[in-house]
Ligand binder design. Structure first.
Ligand code: NAD
Length: 439
């Protein structure tokens, strides 16, 4: 294919050299004439393992040429990769998209008298909604052509790490293309099908958010390991030995477990042990702001659920699930108990269905906990799930108890409001108004 790469920084230079190596004819574009001169001489504008040789090879083979004029490059090619920088703005941290928007205008002008279908692939990290919003609008306005008909727009998050960019380019975790155009998806599949990874087409905004989610997750992991390291060091414990073992658990730790948006955490272990760890750090004067923020963030999640209920204005609330995990009767630090407490405190009429919780047989710490928080629980519990669905204004789905979920499906009416904390399947088929806790 004939490809333009706009912006010859870390991402653009590696992408251009690898695309040229893979047999495509590539035109590299940058405003920085010094960078273009270097590339013309077969030298890479960045320091990166393997890039010097690769750049020399593809330039000598005539596969990679450069110009400063983005519009001309776009006219001569079928696909454009946007790899210009999006640095943080001073002050508020917002991404400065000036270069991306400027390049979009130049591409649009190039598309104006382009007689073929052209695919614009954004690889720069952009604010959520930019591709389907501002960029689509700029490209349609400046080109006078229709997106998804005469040209297509995609977002392809880039997972290169500086220092191992070429290896990462050849071995990505997956190739994700955010686009509304099937034709563009098919063209990019053809371009990247040789890569040893899954190829996934999704919504543009999902792909944009994926990039932020991945980088935030990496930052969380690094900070987590460092905070555990600081506590371990203060206690003369080998932090590497601890984290080596943390990583060895691929069932619960390094795994999909606990990585779905849902309701707050709770139960008899997580809050208790987290508090204990924070206490250890405090007594040793170790600062661990990330771990220290978790209980507060978790509390906000419970308050958010209460706010959804209170904002509706209805007074009669049916709640499905109460224990901290469906299928158990453990009420200790259940976030659903915390939610119930807030709602009762606000004077709402609450009915609860949880067939695993039987007040008569609760004992020990579990009984003490509920006696302290909802002493009249027995009066709120209903043995029949239908009693929390009928004659209520709001239904809170706190657990996916199958009989109650199918009851909500068949019995909930248009004038009821379902607040989902657990991730009901096929919620779009409900007759009632529906609100997920964070989806
Ligand atoms: P960079 O600053 O190294 O390179 C950007 C290049 O774009 C510069 O050479 C600049 O001269 C050029 N440019 C700016 N405006 C231009 C214009 N109007 N026309 C042509 N060229 C123009 O940036 P980078 O590190 O390669 O990152 C590019 C984007 O990719 C950013 O959005 C970044 O967040 C994202 N990203 C970077 C990495 C990485 O490892 N560096 C990884 C994934 C994603």
């Amino acid at each position: 294919m004939r490809i333009s790469v706009l912006g010859m920084g870390y991402v653009g230079a590696v992408s251009a050299a690898c695309l040229a190596r893979d047999g495509h004819d590539v035109i590299g574009v940058d405003l920085d004439l010094d960078k273009l001169r270097l590339i013309e001489e077969g030298r890479a504008p960045i320091v990166e393992d393997g890039i010097q040789c690769l750049m020399a090879e593809v330039v000598a083979a005539g596969r990679l040429t450069v110009i400063a004029d983005a519009t001309r490059a776009v006219r001569a090619t079928d696909v454009s990769f946007v790899c210009v920088g999006t640095p943080s703005m001073r002050g508020n941290g917002e991404q400065d998209q000036t270069a991306v928007l400027r390049v979009a205008e130049q591409i649009g002008v190039g598309l104006r008298d382009h007689d073929r279908f052209h695919v614009v692939v954004v690889r720069s990290t952009v604010r959520l909604g930019t591709v389907d919003g501002q960029l689509r609008e700029i490209l349609e306005r400046t080109s006078g052509r229709r997106c998804d008909v005469d040209f297509a727009l995609c977002f392809q998050p880039e997972f290169l790490r500086e220092g191992s960019s070429i290896r990462d380019y050849d071995n990505p975790p997956f190739t994700v293309i955010g686009t509304r155009s099937e034709r563009a998806g098919a063209m990019l599949l053809e371009m990247f099908k040789h890569l040893p990874c899954e190829f996934i087409v999704t919504e543009p905004a999902t792909a944009e958010a994926l990039k932020y989610a991945c980088n935030a997750f990496h930052a969380v992991k690094i900070t987590f390991a460092n905070e555990i390291g600081r506590i371990a060091q203060a206690m003369n414990i080998d932090s590497h030995a601890v984290m080596d073992l943390v990583r060895r658990d691929t069932r619960l730790n390094i795994s999909p477990a606990y990585l779905r948006p849902g309701f707050a955490f709770g139960g008899s272990c997580l809050p208790k042990d987290l508090r204990a760890l924070l206490h250890i750090a405090k007594t040793r004067d170790v600062e661990i702001p990330m771990l220290g923020s978790l209980l507060g963030s978790n509390r906000l999640h419970v308050e958010r659920a209460a706010e959804f209920v209170l904002a509706h204005g209805g007074r009669r609330v049916g709640m499905v699930g109460l224990s901290f995990k469906a299928g158990t009767d453990d009420l200790r630090e259940s976030p659903l108990v915390a939610l119930a407490e807030i709602l009762i405190g606000k004077g709402l009429e609450l009915r609860i269905y949880d067939p695993h919780v039987n007040v008569a047989v609760l004992m020990g710490a579990n009984k003490r906990y509920i006696d302290k928080h909802i002493p009249h629980l027995a009066a709120l519990l209903k043995a029949d799930y239908r009693d929390v669905i009928r004659d209520t204004d709001i239904i809170v789905v706190g657990a996916l108890l199958p009989e109650a979920v199918s009851g909500i499906r068949s019995l909930a009416t248009v004038d009821q409001y379902v607040i989902d904390l657990a991730g009901m399947p096929e919620a779009q088929d409900l007759q009632s108004e529906y609100q997920g806790i964070c989806w």
